[in-house]
Design a protein around this ligand. Structure first.
Ligand code: ADP
Length: 531
C-alpha cells in the first residue's frame, strides 16, 4: 500500500513493536521448548525404562514369593523330627500340583535323606541326580547355611537335568534345621516349563493389563516361551534375568511400540503442537499488523480527504464571491465580461453542488440508505444526455469527445439517476486525468453476456498496483499530476457502489502514460436492487 512517509514510519514502528513483543519472545520460547523437548525425551525414556523395570522386578518377586511360601509349607510339613512324616508331605504335594518332588538332604548335601514324589506319572528322581547337581556348588550351599543361621531363608535354584525339549527340572534348595540339632537342606523340585505356565503365565497376563507385552525368553533367543500377547517379529524387549530360572529372561515392552517409538511420537506430537502454536501466534501478529496498518492508512486517507474537500469547497466559493461582488458593485461595463463572470459563477456552483452531492450520496450509500428506482433504461439515451450536459465542459477543456453508441438500444434495468451519476464521475475523471492529449471517447456495446458502457481517455493512466485500490474510499493515486488535481477520492467508490447495487461491475484497463478505459458492465438478466 502506498502511503505518506508518516504512515510508513508508524507502520514500521508498529512492526518493530510487534516483532519485539510477539515474534522475538515466540522465537526464544520455541527454541527453549524444542531444546527442552529433547531433554524431556531422554527423561521420558528413563522414566519408561524404570517403570518397565519395576514391573519386571515385581514378576521376579512374585516367582520368588510363590517358592518362598511353598518352602514355608514344606518346612512345616516336614516337621523337625528325624523321621519325616511322609503322609504330610504327600498331602503338601497334592496341594501343590506344580511340584514334581520334594527332597531332604543332610548338611553335606551328599546324602539324600528322603525323596517324596506324588503318585502317577511323575518322572522318578534318583538320589544321584540330586547329589550331582549340588556337587560343584559348595559355596552356594554354605551361603544358604549361613543365611539360615541368621534366621533368613534364602532360596537357591539348581538345574537338576536338561530334558530333551529344554524343559529342565529345577530344584529350589533352602537350608533348614533338623530336630537333631544339625542342619540340612530341603528342595522343591519342578519342571521349569510347568512353573512358567502355571505360576508366571497368569501373573504376566495380569500385569500386562492391555498396556504392555510381557514375555519369557531363553537367554539370547527371540522366540518367547510364553507371552501375554502375540509377539511381532523382530520386536525389541527390555529384558531382565529371571532370578529363579538360570538361562531365562523376562522381557517387557509397550504394546504396539517400543519405548523409543513412544517417546519419539510424543516428541513429534509436542513439536507439532509448538509449531501450531507458533503459527497461530504469528498469524495473529500478522493480522494485527495488517489491521492496524490498514486503519492507519484509512485515517491518513480520511485526513487527506478532509483537506482536499475543504480546498474543493473553498476555491469555487472564493471565485463565486469575488465575481458576485464585482457584479454587485456594478462597476463592470463590458457585457461580454459580465457574461463570462455569470458563466464562471454558474460553473463553480455546478462544481460545488456536484461535490456536495457526491459526499451526500456517498454517506447515504455507506449507511445503506440510498434507494434505487429500477426501470428499463437505454444506456444510449443516458449517455447522450450526459454528453449534452457536459458539452460546454468539454469545450472549455478543448476536448472534442468521440461518441460511439451501439446500433441497437442498450437496454438495462437500472436507476437512471444513479447511472448518470456514475457516468458523470467517469467522464469527469477522464477530463481531470486526461493530461494534454485532449481525448475522450464514450461507447456503449451490447454483447451477448452483458451490456457495457465505457469511457476512455489517453491521459496519465494508472499503474497496475493502484488499479484495484482506486475503487476504495478516499483512495487517490499518490503521485504525479494527481497531486495537482484535487478530488475527494470518493468518485470511483461511488461508481463501484452503484454498479454493485445493479448486480454489475466496474472494470478498469489502464497503463501509465497510455490512458485508461473504465467500463460499466451490466450482465444480461433481470437486475435486482441491492443497496
Ligand atoms: P478523485 O478523482 O476525486 O480523486 P476518484 O475516486 O474518482 O477520486 O478516483 C480515485 C483516483 O483514481 C484518482 O485520485 C486518480 O488517482 C485515479 N483515477 C481515476 N480516474 C482516472 C483516470 N481516468 N485516469 C487516471 N487516473 C484516474
Amino acid at each position: 500500500m502506498s502511503s505518506l512517509p508518516g504512515t510508513t514510519g508508524s507502520a514500521r514502528t508498529l512492526g518493530i513493536v510487534l516483532l519485539v513483543l510477539i515474534v522475538l519472545p515466540l522465537i526464544f520460547y520455541s527454541a527453549f521448548e524444542i531444546s527442552s523437548l529433547s531433554e524431556g525425551e531422554e527423561l521420558m525414556r528413563e522414566i519408561y525404562r524404570r517403570q518397565l523395570d519395576a514391573i519386571l522386578f515385581s514378576l521376579n518377586q512374585h516367582a520368588w514369593d510363590v517358592n518362598s511360601s511353598w518352602a514355608t509349607q514344606l518346612d512345616q510339613s516336614m516337621g523337625t523330627g528325624k523321621v519325616i512324616p511322609d503322609t504330610a508331605l504327600q498331602r503338601f504335594l497334592e496341594r501343590t500340583p506344580t511340584l514334581d518332588a520334594v527332597v531332604e538332604m543332610d548338611s553335606s548335601a551328599r546324602n539324600v535323606l528322603n525323596t517324596v514324589q506324588p503318585g502317577g506319572d511323575a518322572t522318578p528322581l534318583s538320589n544321584d541326580e540330586v547329589v550331582a547337581c549340588t556337587d560343584t556348588a559348595r559355596t552356594r550351599l554354605d551361603a544358604l547355611l549361613r543365611y539360615r543361621r541368621l534366621d533368613y531363608r534364602k532360596l537357591e535354584p539348581f538345574v537338576l537335568s536338561q530334558a530333551r525339549n529344554g524343559d529342565a527340572r529345577i530344584m529350589i534348595l533352602f537350608a533348614r534345621s533338623l530336630a537333631s540339632g544339625g542342619e540340612g537342606f530341603a528342595g522343591l523340585v519342578f519342571r521349569e516349563r510347568r512353573f512358567i505356565d502355571l505360576v508366571i503365565g497368569p501373573k504376566i497376563a495380569d500385569v500386562a493389563s492391555g498396556e504392555f507385552l510381557v514375555a519369557v525368553f531363553r537367554r539370547g533367543q527371540d522366540t518367547a516361551i510364553i507371552a501375554s500377547g502375540a509377539v511381532p517379529p523382530g520386536a525389541q524387549f527390555q529384558r531382565r534375568d529371571l532370578w529363579l530360572f538360570p538361562g531365562h529372561e523376562i522381557g517387557i515392552r509397550l504394546l504396539g511400540a517400543t519405548v523409543d517409538e513412544a517417546v519419539r511420537s510424543r516428541f513429534k506430537r509436542n513439536l507439532l503442537l509448538i509449531i501450531a502454536l507458533d503459527l497461530v501466534l504469528l498469524g495473529g501478529a500478522i493480522l494485527i499488523y495488517r489491521n492496524v496498518r490498514a486503519q492507519m492508512e484509512f485515517a491518513r486517507l480520511k485526513s487527506t480527504f478532509v483537506s482536499n474537500v475543504s480546498h474543493e469547497l473553498r476555491t469555487p466559493l472564493a471565485l463565486i464571491r469575488m465575481y458576485a461582488e464585482t457584479l454587485e458593485m456594478g462597476r463592470l461595463k463590458d457585457e461580454r465580461k459580465k457574461q463570462e463572470y455569470y458563466e464562471t459563477i454558474l460553473r463553480e456552483t455546478d462544481r460545488l453542488s456536484h461535490l456536495v452531492n457526491t459526499i451526500l450520496n456517498f454517506s447515504r450509500m455507506e449507511a445503506g440508505k440510498r434507494p434505487y428506482k429500477m426501470k428499463e433504461v437505454d444506456l444510449n439515451d443516458l449517455l447522450r444526455g450526459v454528453m449534452e450536459t457536459y458539452r460546454l465542459h468539454f469545450e472549455q477543456h478543448g476536448i472534442r469527445p468521440v461518441v460511439e453508441l451501439a446500433d441497437v438500444p442498450a437496454t438495462v434495468q437500472a436507476d437512471p439517476d444513479a447511472i448518470t451519476e456514475a457516468i458523470i464521475n467517469l467522464v469527469d475523471n477522464a477530463i481531470k486525468y486526461g493530461g494534454t492529449t485532449k481525448y475522450c471517447a464514450v461507447r456503449t456495446r451490447v454483447r451477448s453476456d452483458a451490456t457495457v458502457l465505457e469511457v476512455e481517455d489517453k491521459g496519465i493512466g494508472i499503474a497496475p498496483e493502484h488499479q484495484k485500490k482506486i475503487f476504495d474510499v478516499f483512495y487517490r493515486v499518490p503521485a504525479g499530476l494527481v497531486h495537482e488535481t484535487k478530488g475527494s477520492g470518493l468518485g470511483l467508490s461511488l461508481v463501484r457502489h452503484i454498479m454493485n447495487a445493479h448486480n454489475g461491475s466496474v472494470e478498469v484497463e489502464s497503463a501509465p502514460g497510455a490512458g485508461s478505459t473504465f467500463r460499466l458492465v451490466f450482465p444480461v438478466g433481470p437486475a435486482t436492487t441491492r443497496t
